[in-house]
Ligand binder design. Structure first.
Ligand SMILES: Cc1ncc(C[n+]2csc(CCOP(=O)(O)OP(=O)(O)O)c2C)c(N)n1
Ligand SMILES: [Mg+2]
Length: 897
């Protein structure tokens, strides 16, 4: 203490040496710090800065601090563990993680896996495992950890030491289809439901999910659904990963909401898959500015303990200056080259720098450890992060990709893809980390697990016991919901009694009732991305409130109205603003709380259907992997139902995009009772029976009278189709079967009238609520028929429903024609399909339906045309139909214009 230069960290000391005025200022500032303390010094600096601004003096803006550790050596807490034993444990895990990948790729060339990511991350994980991450127990909530996906081998290798995974399972890394089971490539809760909690490997999804998870944890606390605890959400991400828009896109939410229960750890190994993340720049500096600018607590862990004394002797600040000016591409080079190179190119050129490392051999220079590989530095950062309050923390930890791989990949551009090591490389790695495997065995890359009685194993167990058990670990914690919801939905089966309502309004009515229900009411989580008014949900603002951790600090402009914008700490609605990505993360957090927290929250996320699966499909895929429960509501859906909005808004796609998600049930209902049957059954299946499914339901904004539910329709609604309105014509000559869905069902009913009244065709109308359900069912029947004895064939539901019917089948929906076509083969006759392939337009519903050829006239003509082709209808009647229905047969194909 005492001299100025010891406290100057950015090279200003060098300038001060030749600038007496500056030196004087620095000395008096130093005196201020010593006499009045750092807080007072900071206050005075603030005043000075403000004064300078007021006087019009331009002050440079920087969100950066010097390129050194945020926690100086003097403030570093003592390391509480046995560093030597922890190093040995970590070395063994390193070896097993590497062996797992090497062995897998020997047996099966190109099966893949990653060595170098975990190699760079081992210390960042091990300090967490040994000192920070609490498991969930009956008493403690447990921390939530998003592990970087392709570091999975390291997590498996640790679980192997912990006795949670067998040699056999390790052998079968990436061979999940082996009869005895294997380990999934990356964290996939669907495939390892007792182990992984959070799928992270699609880059960017982990970080944004972690932010909303931390926020959702707060929401549960603020609403009294769980006690407030000190549990943290930790998210590990790669430095390359931060280029994904999702990774950084929600960081201001985290600071705005003061999520001090959230810690990001960015593994800054300066490399991504192909090469350097910022060869010509500095990723740590860039991220520091971004996160600090967003209001995060930023902790840089750049240099290991070996650098402490060098920095202490850097009295002129030249070392810090050199650190700041070295671009990442160059830093990477120092990892690959010998110490002599670093002496010459990093420490060289300035006698003061050269002198700093005079006492070190080239080998010692090469081994100067970086912060992310030094447990003491990492421990200090984690401790500070967990103790910090008021904002989230990001730790920017400098590591080396492929650490310890030497020639085989340490710091090399090829290292991300390195999966095979030869005997020499294995031997070197073994020796470097001191793994007790004999020379003659090393080529085999055998797994190594010390005896149970060894100090390593005892230590490892003791640490995890002290922290409550093993992580990661997933379990289903919530008991089934005990709700009998039939009564709740009864009113919707009666119809709207002449009132015109849209299915969205009907859904909102159901939501309102569910929110009031004594059993499930508090579990319901409505989520909207700034569309509540679009969907007529604003009445809920007042009744259940909009969630705001800090309550409402202003008087809303519409306070005097009945439905004013009410924000409240215990508000129930998650009004996310314009972020479908963020909203779906909330949906996922709420829909997996049955596992994460043991709470059966039931999310209803309603959004513009075009900006749903199409925009955030990968997040929905990850939610599906997690066994999410809840309801996605695609609002204003249908290509021709959303009048006026045009090409980008009108959705005729989403039911196609819902097809690939295996556990997503997708419905396109037309009437209130169809929706209520689907939701009631859905809640029962998910929350009472515990099925790993979730729902996508499209709702529309077109108002019409909701009919009462026909007798016996329930099963058909759920399985995908039912006969809604049989023809009333007695002894007809001609017949037709009209299948309508969602928005187009009413057109189908109109077509039925036209056919009966004008052309003597008796048409039955069917409501198809889900082509996806029909498709799944048909495929399963086909498969059974393929595998089983032909004497007892299985009939697809679509086939048995239409069996015995007569006349052409016409299917019409507001979605792509591919939907009905995929079940066409199981229909008794090949159907005519009408749909809305092509770009939408802005116009009225009637004009759009005419344009896309899905209006009543088009449906009626399709039936007549088919009858004509079959020889049942004469040419003159067909021509009359074209004329009377006003169909333009020369119009271009809407699918391509
Ligand atoms: C969305 C997405 N795009 C691409 C990939 C393929 N991928 C896997 S790891 C990786 C590089 C990761 O680099 P970084 O984030 O720096 O992590 P590191 O391995 O260096 O820790 C890439 C491109 C992916 N998993 N997800
Ligand atoms: Mg990286």
């Amino acid at each position: 203490m005492g001299t100025i230069t010891n406290h100057v960290t950015n090279g200003q000391a060098a300038a001060a040496a030749s600038d007496p005025e500056l030196r004087e200022w620095l000395e008096s500032f130093q005196a201020l710090v010593e006499e009045s303390g750092p807080e007072r010094a900071a206050e005075i600096l603030d005043h000075l800065r403000n004064h300078a601004r007021r006087t019009g003096i331009p002050i440079k803006f920087t969100a950066n601090t010097p390129y050194i550790n945020s926690i100086p050596y003097e403030k570093q807490p003592p390391f509480p563990g046995d560093q030597e034993i922890e190093r040995r444990i970590k070395s063994i895990i390193r070896w097993n993680a590497l062996a797992m990948v090497v062995r897998a790729n020997r047996v099966e060339h190109n099966i893949g896996g990653h060595i170098s990511t975990y190699a760079s991350q081992a210390t960042l994980f091990e300090v967490g495992f040994n000192h920070f991450w609490r498991a969930r127990t009956a008493e403690t909530e447990g921390d939530i950890i998003y592990f970087q996906g392709h570091a999975a081998p390291g997590i498996y290798a640790r679980a192997f030491l912990e006795g949670r995974l067998s040699v056999q399972q390790l052998e079968n890394f990436r061979r999940e289809l082996k009869p005895e089971g294997g380990l999934s490539s990356y964290p996939h809760p669907w495939l390892m439901p007792d182990f992984w909690q959070f799928p992270t490997v699609s880059m960017g999804l982990g970080p944004i999910s972690a932010i909303y998870q931390a926020r959702f944890n707060r929401y549960l606390e603020d609403r009294g659904l769980k006690p407030a605890t000190g549990a943290k959400v930790w998210a590990f991400l790669g430095d390359g990963e931060t280029d994904e828009p999702e990774a950084l896109g929600a960081i201001t939410l985290a600071s705005r909401e003061q999520l001090d229960n959230l810690v990001f750890v960015v593994n800054c190994n300066l490399q991504r898959l192909d090469g350097p993340v910022r060869g010509n720049g500095k990723i740590i500096t860039e991220l520091e500015a971004v996160f600090r600018g967003a209001g995060w607590n930023v902790i840089k862990v750049i240099w290991g303990s070996d650098w402490d004394s060098l920095l202490e002797h850097d009295t002129d600040g030249v070392l810090i200056e050199r650190m700041a000016e070295t671009v990442d591409g160059e830093s990477q080079k120092f990892v690959v080259e010998p110490g002599s190179y670093t002496r010459q190119h990093f420490f060289g050129g300035d006698p003061r720098l050269e002198k700093l490392v005079e006492h070190l051999s080239d080998e010692q220079i090469r081994r100067l450890r970086l912060g992310g590989h030094d447990p003491r530095k990492v421990y200090a950062a984690y401790k500070a992060a967990t103790e910090h309050t008021g904002s989230p923390t990001v730790i920017l930890a400098r590591t080396i990709k492929g650490y310890g791989l030497g020639e085989a990949g340490e710091g090399r551009n090829i290292t991300h893809q390195q999966k095979k090591l030869n005997e020499d490389e294995l031997r070197e790695f073994r020796s470097r980390f001191g793994i007790p495997i004999r020379d003659e065995d090393v080529a085999e890359a055998p797994f190594y697990r010390p005896a149970e009685s060894s100090p390593e194993m005892q230590y490892l167990r003791a640490r995890r016991e002290a922290l409550g058990g093993f992580v990661p670990h997933r379990a289903v914690l919530a008991p089934p919901v005990k709700a009998e919801l039939g009564e709740l939905f009864k009113e919707f089966e009666a119809g709207s009694e002449g009132r015109e309502v849209s299915t969205t309004m009907a859904f909102v009515g159901m939501l309102r009732k569910m929110l009031k229900d004594p059993e499930i009411g508090k579990l319901v989580v409505p989520i909207v991305p700034d569309e509540a008014r679009t969907f007529g949900m604003e009445s809920l603002f007042r009744t259940v409130g909009i969630y705001a951790h800090g309550g409402q600090k202003y008087e809303p402009v519409d306070l005097h109205t009945l439905l004013y914008y009410k924000e409240a700490k215990d508000g129930q609605i998650l009004e996310e603003g314009i972020t479908e990505a963020g909203s779906v993360c909330s949906f996922t957090a709420a829909g997996t709380a049955y596992s994460t927290h043991g709470i059966n929250t039931i999310p209803f996320f309603i959004f513009y259907s075009m900006f749903g699966l199409q925009r955030i499909g990968d997040l929905v895929w990850a939610a599906a992997d997690m066994g999410v429960r809840g309801f996605l509501l695609g609002g204003t859906s249908g290509r021709t139902t959303l009048a006026g909005e045009g090409l980008q808004h009108q959705d005729g796609n989403s039911h196609i995009l819902a097809l690939p998600v295996p556990n997503l049930r997708a419905y396109d209902p037309a009437f209130a009772y169809e929706i209520s049957v689907i939701i009631e059954d859905g809640i029962r299946r998910m929350y009472v029976d515990g099925e790993r499914i979730f729902y996508y339901i499209t709702v529309m904004n077109e108002p019409y009278v909701m009919p009462a539910m026909p007798e016996g329709a329930r099963e058909g609604i759920l399985r995908g189709m039912y006969r809604l309105k049989p023809s009333g014509v007695k002894k007809p000559k001609l017949r037709a079967q009209l299948l309508g869905s969602g928005a187009i069902l009413l057109e189908t009913l109109k077509a039925q009238e036209i056919l009966e009244e004008k052309f003597g065709v008796a048409a039955d109308v069917w409501s198809v609520t889900s082509y996806k359900e029909l498709y799944r069912d048909g495929l399963e029947a086909d498969r059974r028929n393929l595998l089983e004895h032909p004497s007892k064939p299985h009939a697809p539901f679509v086939a048995s429903s239409l069996a015995g019917t007569q006349g052409p089948i016409v299917c019409a929906s507001d979605y792509l024609k591919a939907l009905p076509l995929m079940v066409a083969k199981w229909m008794p006759r090949h159907p005519v399909v009408l749909g809305t392939d092509g770009f939408g337009r802005s116009d009225t519903r009637a004009a759009l339906r005419r344009f896309f050829e899905v209006d009543a006239a088009a449906i009626a003509l399709a039936a007549l045309s088919e009858l004509h082709r079959e020889g049942q209808l004469d040419a003159a009647t067909f021509d009359r139909a074209v004329k009377e229905l006003g169909v333009d047969t020369k119009k271009p194909n809407p699918a391509t214009v």
